[in-house]
Write a protein that binds this ligand. Structure first.
Ligand code: BG6
Length: 481
């Protein structure tokens, strides 16, 4: 027996990629409601999802330049949640990771009173999960910032947003304290450095010193996260609240000390976030980085104490691929979702060029547990792929099973080697809209959803081959893979 008793097997989603109903139930607009679908041939090197200026945002709001906003429709979980949760229950999920849409609760972000219809929706979802004994695992902000906060405050660059977020967090803790015991503050908090709009709601062309704005916004998010941890501990003493990192294990291209040093530096830039949230302070390498790059973080008295006193109970992360770093400045880089690195010749890639590395997951689990000594939770992992529906309706996604089997095997090894891993929620357990490309055709699910990139389709749900496979994994607590 390797996986501990009570291991939290399940699946993961996010409100903006799943719910749809973007203008129902009193919900306000969210940042991702403004991101359009861009066909593959037209995609450039820029992160297409970033809105960069007020002008661009105004044009989008005025309906200029297309009307295909896939995250507005999601897969209509808002109206299908009962059917979807019944399928998760059939697979034996112990937990379901989802996020609350902040603008469904506070449509403008800075409202004093919450939107009761939004609160009532999540009550129904949590009740449905609990009916089957599935623990909700809830992210407070999964790339989910009310658009008004972007328009009025340029997102997290403004300190006032900390208060709005804490008010939101306290509101949902109070409302769901009897129902939700596992919480996460910000999804992939490190993504702001690559995508300031999605990570921190920043219109980057509106600021002069871009890195200054990004790291100041991140400081506000760190403080807000620590204050949410404090509130959660006070209001729901039997809960656990964690942070969430897009983990990127970085290898040196060769054993040349230049490559090794570059890999170490890139790794530090990735682990900086969890250093703050788990250890409770800014690491010295980051303070040097700020100095070298003329970044001055504006901290209020008491901020450092808050960060130190209210660290997270567990560390969660997403893991899809590893990266390679080279000390040579002009090396060609491959693109991942938000990250790019040198191609690793020992690994295969997904159809989107993400390099598949199950052993890298074990390496990263061991490294992070050595560094932090807190429980770890893999809250995203999976394979985005094109699925084919056969004439008889079956979907034979053996590639997905192979991917997951290989990763779960490495988790097993890491546990045997002493890592305290408490759960695994595979990404997009039901097909949903891709975060980075807004495609529907990039599918991760055990459950197929009949919809294309343009919103055509019946939205009917059907089981893929991986559905029964994952069910067996859960039933045997990871023994039969
Ligand atoms: C993570 C995000 O970056 O990766 C998810 O937290 C996202 O929201 C997932 O969907 C997979 O990325 P993509 O771009 O393939 O949807």
């Amino acid at each position: 027996m390797t996986f501990p008793k009570g291991f939290l097997w399940g699946g993961a989603t996010a409100a903006n990629q799943l719910e749809g109903a973007y203008n129902e139930g009193g919900k306000g607009l969210s940042i991702f409601d403004m991101v359009q679908f861009v066909p593959k041939e037209e995609r450039g090197n820029e992160i297409e999802m970033d809105v960069r200026s007020k002008k661009e945002l105004e044009d989008l709001l005025a309906g200029k330049g297309g009307d295909n906003f896939p995250k507005r429709r999601g897969i209509d979980f808002y109206h299908h949640y009962k059917e979807d949760i019944a399928l998760f229950a059939e697979m034996g999920f112990k937990t379901f990771r989802m996020s609350i849409s902040w603008p469904r609760i506070f449509p403008n972000g800075d409202d004093r009173e919450p939107n009761e219809e939004g609160l009532a929706f999540y009550d129904k979802v949590f009740d449905e999960l609990l009916k089957y004994g599935i623990e909700p695992l809830v992210t407070l902000s999964h790339y989910e910032i009310p658009l008004t906060l972007v328009q009025k405050y340029n997102g997290w660059t403004d300190r006032r947003v900390v208060e709005y977020f804490v008010h939101y967090a306290e509101t949902v803790f109070n409302r769901y304290k009897g129902k939700v015991k596992y919480w996460l503050t910000f999804n992939e908090i490190n993504v702001s450095t690559m995508s300031p709009y999605i990570g921190s709601g920043i219109l980057i062309d509106e600021v002069e010193h871009k890195e200054q704005a990004v790291y100041q916004a991140l400081h506000h998010q760190f403080v807000a996260s620590a204050r949410a941890v404090k509130a959660c501990h006070e209001m729901i003493p039997d809960a656990m609240i964690g942070c969430m990192l897009a983990r990127m294990e970085v290898y040196p291209e060769t054993c040349s000390p230049d490559d090794v040093l570059e890999a170490l530096k890139e790794d530090q830039m990735n682990l900086f976030f969890t250093d703050v949230q788990v250890r409770g302070y800014y690491p010295s390498f980051m303070l040097s980085y700020f100095e070298e790059n003329d970044i001055k973080i504006d901290m209020l008295p008491g901020d450092e104490e808050i960060l130190l006193q209210h660290t997270v109970d567990y560390l969660s992360f997403s893991y899809y691929m590893s990266m390679v770093a080279s000390g040579a400045p002009d090396k060609k880089k491959e693109k991942g979702n938000f990250f790019s690195g040198v191609k690793n010749p020992y690994l295969e890639s997904s159809d989107w060029g993400w390099q598949i590395d199950p052993k890298g997951l074990r390496i990263t689990l061991k490294k992070m547990y050595d560094r932090y000594q807190v429980p770890l939770f893999i809250v995203e992992n999976g394979l985005g792929a094109y699925d084919k529906v056969e004439e008889d309706g079956s979907i034979n996604d053996d590639y997905r099973i192979d991917y997951m089997r290989a990763h779960i095997e490495q988790m097993k090894e890491a546990i045997k080697e002493g890592v305290d891993l408490i759960g695994y929620t595979s990404w997009g357990c039901i097909d949903l809209i891709s975060a980075s490309t807004s495609e529907m055709s990039k599918r991760y699910g055990f459950i197929y959803v009949d919809q294309d990139d343009y919103g055509n389709g019946t939205l009917a749900r059907s089981k893929k081959k991986s559905f029964d496979w994952y069910k067996q994994v859960i039933t045997t607590n990871g023994e039969e893979l």
